[in-house]
Design a protein around this ligand. Structure first.
Ligand code: PEP
Length: 251
């Protein structure tokens, strides 16, 4: 059985004080979760304070990026070792905003995935097609290429520690979400790919989140799909009531 995982990607939002206030409320809203997992990914500056606030709550947390080297002259970068030292469990990698704005390639994402895994972090690996790619009918080719390159050469045990996030670029921050059927179609395709590349166990156990304008009013129908194992939530994760409702999706 795959335990659903709902993650909040706060992007470049919330000061440390705002982040702490948010997670204090979140703990009250969620109580102890038993059949699902909630992960918060705040900006780097708020990680330590959020971590302290979340101790014992069952809510997990992670970062939004890391660099593939361990240490050295890489101005502005943060290493997996630094994240591990402060207790991070997850790290979002390959988000489409980084691919687009910062020109991250699949080769770079792959190096980051390897490094995260080597340090004991679980990467949340984001893949997804752009609107023009969907319109050209090449969604599956794009997804195959990203999944294959981002996870290239991983051992089955490593893949089992990854979470994949299908995030159609046209649905990110646009208010236009994929329909449950569109999401299911791609999730099933990713699961098939995982099976071909890493075997049946990986196919059946790796969780695949959907991301792209997830809100309280569409989460239930998305989670009803067989291969949707959770959500990566941007905008709606910044609002306590919306995010709590999303985490408390109804099955
Ligand atoms: C995201 O950035 O990962 C995301 C899914 O954003 P939004 O929910 O705002 O579309």
């Amino acid at each position: 059985m795959r335990i659903p995982i709902i993650a909040g990607n706060w992007k470049m939002n919330k000061t440390t004080a705002e982040a702490v206030t948010f997670v204090q409320s979140l703990k009250k809203e969620l109580g102890q979760l038993s059949d699902r997992l909630c992960v918060i990914c705040p900006p780097f500056t708020a990680l330590l304070s959020v971590a302290q606030e979340l101790k014992g709550s069952g809510i997990e947390w992670g970062a939004q990026n890391l660099f593939w080297e361990t240490e050295g002259a890489f101005t502005g970068e943060i290493s997996s070792r630094m994240l591990k030292e402060i207790g991070a469990s997850y790290c979002i990698l390959g988000h489409c905003e980084r691919r687009k704005i910062l020109k991250e390639t699949d080769e770079m994402v792959h190096r980051k995935v390897k490094k995260a895994l080597a340090e004991g972090l679980s990467p949340i690996v984001c893949v997804g097609e752009r609107l023009e790619e969907r319109e050209k009918g090449i969604t599956f080719d794009v997804i195959k290429s990203q999944v294959t390159q981002d996870l290239e050469g991983l051992k089955k045990e490593e893949v089992l520690r990854c979470v994949l996030a299908y995030e159609p670029v046209w649905a990110i921050g646009t208010g236009r979400n994929a329909t449950p059927l569109q999401a299911q179609e791609v999730h099933a395709f990713i699961r098939k790919l995982l099976g071909e590349q890493f075997g049946e166990e990986a196919a059946s156990k790796v969780r695949i989140q959907y991301g792209g304008s997830v809100k309280p009013d569409n989460i239930d129908e998305l989670m009803a799909e067989d291969d949707v194992d959770g959500a990566l939530v941007g905008g709606a994760s910044l609002d306590i009531k919306s995010f709590a409702r999303i985490v408390n999706f109804k099955v």
